[in-house]
Write a new protein. Structure first.
Length: 303
């Protein structure tokens, strides 16, 4: 019957044949590689997973992590993605070793693994993303957030516009923001400088505690000279930083309410973050296991 034929033609999900434990072990090896002692790869891998996902537009159902479209222009040249070729190149040998893993899955799996290995919550990972064969589904540039858009009065609006487009509410936006406990800004990538916390390879609620407890003022100098970069904030030691979009979270009553919650309750932060990050990285992805319900139903009916 035609139904029977359709069943035979169902695409075989290659990710079924992947030894994900082995892939994970190779990602862990990369995270600990002495070659990157000065700046461990964890944070930039998290940024890759987020930027691959953060192009999603719920109105047109375009963008998102499916497709691994950041391999193609114009997405690879979006200013917001500066420096992410470093993360993509780090993962290339792992892709070569496991040809059945899509790059789209690998970028997300690496980010999720990095969060867990840096002490964060475990985040449920589902494989099933496929790689777009060409640039025809690349989203337009400009969908990722700007750290200083709308200064000084409508930075919060910009954050709500961008993350609202993906389908997030205020609480989820603040929960996600805690990932800035990780990593740092690079003057040759974004123009900003410095880390948010003193433990940039430890996932914790430190970002929220620093936002609440430190006095943040506009950065004026850098290494004894006048700071000529974009507006950013620094703590009294000048060693830590916040972007205007980070400071916006304590300038808005609704956002600040959640900053306070997460500063006080790390378990709550971990729980909410894990859920929001999974949602972020699954935007626009349809998983074979969703289809499997139909396959099972058909089998049940047809025997
Ligand atoms: Fe980032 N983010 N982010 N970010 N981000 C940078 C670095 C990291 C924004 C701007 C920047 C999120 C939201 C926003 C990480 C993870 C997440 C940098 C510095 C900028 C400018 C890049 C560089 O110079 O290397 C803005 C405006 C955001 C919206 C408000 C997410 C929540 C916090 C979604 C998220 O998960 C990580 C990790 C890094 C560190 C990368 C590194 O190489 O160390």
């Amino acid at each position: 019957s035609s139904v029977g034929e359709a069943m035979c033609e169902l695409p075989k999900d290659k990710s079924d044949k992947v030894d994900w434990k082995a892939v994970r072990a190779d990602i862990c090896k990369l995270l600990e590689d002495d070659k990157y002692e000065k700046e461990p790869p964890g944070p930039v891998l998290v940024r890759l997973a987020w930027h691959a996902s953060g192009t999603y537009d719920s109105a047109t159902k375009t963008g998102g992590s499916n497709g691994a479209t950041m391999r193609f222009t114009p997405e690879s040249t979006d200013g917001a993605n500066a420096g992410l070729h470093i993360a993509r190149n780090m993962l290339a040998p792992i892709k070569d070793k496991y040809p059945n893993v899509s790059l789209a899955d690998l970028w997300i799996f690496a980010g999720v693994t990095a969060i867990e290995e840096m002490g964060g919550p475990s985040i449920e990972f589902r494989p099933g993303r496929t790689d777009a064969p060409d640039a025809s589904t690349v989203p337009p540039n400009g969908r990722l957030p700007d750290a200083d858009k709308g200064q000084p009065n409508s930075t919060c609006q910009h954050i709500r516009d961008i993350f609202g487009r993906m389908g997030f509410n205020d609480q989820e936006m603040v929960a996600l923001s805690g990932a800035h406990a990780l990593g740092r800004c690079h003057t040759d990538r974004s123009g900003y400088w410095g880390p948010w916390t003193r433990a940039p390879t430890t996932f914790s609620n430190e970002y929220f505690r620093l936002l609440m407890e430190e006095k943040w003022s506009p950065k004026k100098t850098h290494e004894g000279k006048k700071w000529t970069g974009p507006l950013q904030y620094e703590d009294p030691t000048g060693e830590l930083m916040m972007l205007p979009s980070d400071i916006a979270l304590i300038q808005d009553k609704e956002f600040k309410r959640w900053v306070e919650v997460y500063a006080k309750d790390e378990d709550r932060f971990f729980k909410d973050f894990a859920r929001a990050f999974k949602k972020l990285t699954e935007l626009g992805v349809s998983f074979p296991e969703d289809d499997n319900i139909l396959v099972k139903l058909k089998k049940l009916v047809l025997g």
